[in-house]
Structures are given as structure tokens and as C-alpha cells.
Write a protein that binds this ligand. Structure first.
Ligand SMILES: [Zn+2]
Length: 278
């Protein structure tokens, strides 16, 4: 599943493709419903995009926003396996292409999603947070910043383990399972520590670590897991830079202790028992 850095890689790939200023001429669809979209809102998409120029590509959490020069933005969630790619009109649609924005310059922006857990919708620009999918999200640690006070205030009443706490998209948007392990290792915090015992210093360390881990992953184009590729079709190479995730039994890069793995709320967690004591 793409996490924040992978979605940011897709965003940057689209920006590099020089979509800004190019108008949407037509929207086409496979006709197959996408899992997360309430009915797939094709008429609304057509009305919102017809003849409108793309002015920016933004991201909030794991959601991409294609801003248009009218009143609307196109909201895209990549789901489990989705991608937003550009292609020349003449190129045949790849399998599982579900929504295609035909641009006035002869290119397409194509939403490809084999498992159809993704979503394409329309939101009013400037009122994105009123959309039900975005209203429930905490701040985006990269696009909006993550003040330690926010993390601390949110943590004081929570007895849930800190790893689940930072995975809660209502606390902060876009941190998934891989980067949660990485950030906790960097901040030297045991993943099982109750969130309410984070304290101001723990919240500060964790806030910095989350932003560092995500920034580093973005610089490396995201993590390649299974079939993730960025918008330009190039797999990210952050996988080889992961410090603890997927590295059970290998030496901790800081102290040499063997990295441990355990299941936590059904998800794999990796940590160093020496650097992150309980
Ligand atoms: Zn260690």
C-alpha cells in the first residue's frame, strides 16, 4: 500500500510532467466502480474538469489533489494498488485503467488501479477539509508540518501503544506501517509504550523523527514494495535505506543488537530492544 512518501513521489512525478497550464478536454472511464468512491462520480468529474486548466498538483496525507482553474479540484486516493500516470493518447490503456483525463495537448492522465480500492472524486478548492475523507485526517507532517505540541496534546489521554497512536490517521495523516517502525527507532521509543507516557520530550523526538523519516523516503523516491512505481514508472529505491523495517535478526545500525519483529494489532513491527527499551 502506498504511504505518504510514495504518494508524494507520484505527485512530484506529475509536477515534473508539466501538467500545469494544460486543460482537461474529456474524461473517460472503464465504467467499473472504484471501491472507495460512493458511486463513481463521473458526471460530477466531467462537469468540474471540462475545459479547465490544471493549476497545481497537491497532496494531503495519502490523497492527491489536481487543482483546476475553476472552482474544483480532483481528489484521488491510490488505494492499495492505484497509480496516476501520464501517457500519450495513442498508447493503449494498460489493464485496470479506470479513469482517464484526456488533456488538450494530446496526453492523458490515467488512473490505474488493479484492486480498485482507490477513489476519484471532486472537491471544492479551499474547502478540501470539508470532504468526508479529508475531514477526519490529522495534519500532514510534510505538507502542513507536525508541531510537537500537537502530538503531545493528542497523546496525553491515549493508553494505546504509541505505534498504533501514530498510525491513527486522525492524529496525523499519511504515516503507515513501514515509517512508523522507522520513526520510533529513530526517536528511540519502544513501539509498545503507551501513548500517554510519551511526554513532551518524547513527542518532540517523535515529531522530528517522523518528519525526518518521511523526508528521507521522499528524497529516495519512496519505498518499493510489491508493485509500487512512481508516476514516471520508476520504482522507488528507499527500500534499501530502511533501517529496521523488514530487517529482523540483522544488527541495529546504531548499537548492533539484533532487530526484533513482533505482530502488533495484526501488523509487523520492527524495533531494537536496546535502543528502544520498554
Ligand atoms: Zn539499537
Amino acid at each position: 500500500m502506498p504511504e505518504l512518501p510514495e504518494v508524494e513521489s507520484v505527485r512530484r512525478g506529475l509536477v515534473r510532467r508539466r501538467l500545469r497550464g494544460v486543460a482537461v478536454a474529456r474524461v473517460r472511464s472503464s465504467g467499473k466502480p472504484l471501491r472507495m468512491a460512493r458511486p463513481q462520480p463521473l458526471p460530477a468529474l466531467r462537469r468540474a474538469t471540462h475545459g479547465q486548466r490544471i493549476t497545481d498538483v497537491r497532496r494531503i496525507g495519502k490523497y492527491l489533489l489536481l487543482d483546476l482553474d475553476g472552482r474544483w479540484s480532483v481528489l484521488v486516493h491510490l488505494g492499495m494498488s492505484g497509480n496516476l500516470i501520464t501517457a500519450k493518447r495513442a498508447e493503449p490503456w494498460a489493464p485496470h485503467t479506470h479513469v482517464v483525463f484526456e488533456l488538450a495537448d494530446g496526453r492523458d492522465v490515467r488512473f490505474v488501479d488493479p484492486r480498485r480500492f482507490g477513489m476519484v472524486d471532486v472537491v471544492e478548492r479551499g474547502r478540501e477539509r470539508a470532504h468526508p475523507a479529508l475531514a477526519v485526517l490529522g495534519p500532514d507532517p510534510i505538507a502542513e508540518g507536525l508541531p510537537p505540541e500537537h502530538l503531545h496534546a493528542a497523546s496525553t489521554s491515549r493508553s494505546t501503544p504509541v505505534k498504533q497512536f501514530i498510525l491513527d490517521q486522525g492524529v496525523l495523516a499519511g504515516v503507515g506501517n513501514i515509517y512508523a517502525s522507522e520513526a520510533l527507532w529513530l526517536a528511540r521509543i519502544a513501539p509498545t509504550r503507551p501513548a500517554r507516557r510519551l511526554g513532551a520530550a518524547g513527542a518532540e523526538a517523535l515529531s522530528v523523527a517522523i518528519q525526518d523519516v518521511l523526508e528521507f523516503a521522499i528524497e529516495n523516491g519512496g519505498t518499493t514494495l510489491r508493485d509500487f512505481v512512481g508516476a514516471d514508472g520508476v520504482p522507488g529505491d528507499n527500500g534499501e535505506y530502511l533501517l529496521v523495517y523488514g530487517r529482523a535478526g540483522t544488527p541495529c545500525p546504531r548499537c548492533g543488537t539484533a532487530i526484533k519483529k513482533a505482530m502488533q494489532a495484526g501488523r509487523a513491527t520492527y524495533w531494537c530492544p536496546t535502543c528502544q527499551p520498554r
